[in-house]
Design a protein around this ligand. Sequence first.
Ligand SMILES: [Zn+2]
Length: 369
Amino acid sequence: MRHFAIRSIAGTAACLLALAGAACGNSDIPSDPSATTGAGGAGGAGAPVPGDAVKAAIKDRTPEDPTLIWTPSSVVLVPKEIAPSVYAVYPDDAPVKNEAGIPVATSGGFIVGDNGVLVIESMINRKLAKQMIALVREVTSKPILYVLNTSYHGDHSYGNQFFPKGVLFIQHVETQNYIQQHFAADVAFMMTNFGKNQGLEELEPQPAQILLNDGANVDLDLGGRSVNVLHLGFAQTNGDLFVWLPKEKIVFTGNPIISEGPSLPWLLDGKIEAALATLHKLLDMLPPDAIVVPGHGEPTGVAAIAHSIAYLEELKMRAADAVAQGLTEKETVDLLTETMKQYAAYKIYPWVHSQINVPKTYEELKTVP
Ligand SMILES: [Zn+2]
């Protein structure tokens, strides 16, 4: 199946990244939670909520492994109330690392209604799923009703099995299909990027009870609060879901928007044309002062979406030009690595741009009649 093949290629590329010694983790970056929870981020009401859950996570933190893209066991998740009872949850080192172009762990959040809670992303392992649950418990004793995974990627969905019984999982049907068909291979792929002994050995696939289809536009009732869940098309996978709060003007994007700063989209499943169309749809529907909670960073604004679009537009244009001139894939990679260097502040540019995004785009455009 196409999906499977693409993920396998991505896995190989990721190994090459590690072998090439590209800067992934960085243990020199300070991870002071008071600095993070007090940091500005983009807009939003309410004060940060430092508490015992964050303190316990800091105590439990292990050293980073510089050979990994980021180290799951070293992650400390911090909450930020970006509107009343709406929390972004992100790694405490995100503000510093996002700006420096260094990849960080997964971001998500939770929304509290009168009847209960929606959690967005269950994170990669038991440790981080438990951190997310502890952060919820610190602000409400209401039940967690739903956990939504924005995609099949393990760092957004592997934690499902550690949530209490009775929680309903929400996914796009293609996310569920992928997990059902490729779980063991996916865990093996993730271990090459996120390490062994990082809590990935005990994972088992979990069924989702609420499955959404292409074009879904569903309102979830949390009691006195309605949350809009959208599928706008392929963005990074076939099943990307966005969580949108129109009144608060907050969107949770998952991976299609990695973070603010110099980060770039990861076209692991290719399809640049479709990804661009979806990101344009997303940007067009958002007011200019919307808060964007990305897949791997602190809350930011719509400029992060515009940045990703600008990069993809230029990549598409230059790759189409290379195809028209009859360049080979290698020649195109060499050329576009050089000519798009203004994006190289993202530390994994040598991997994500030169080994993933350019080849995928070249292959896609080459096969267009
Ligand atoms: Zn992710």
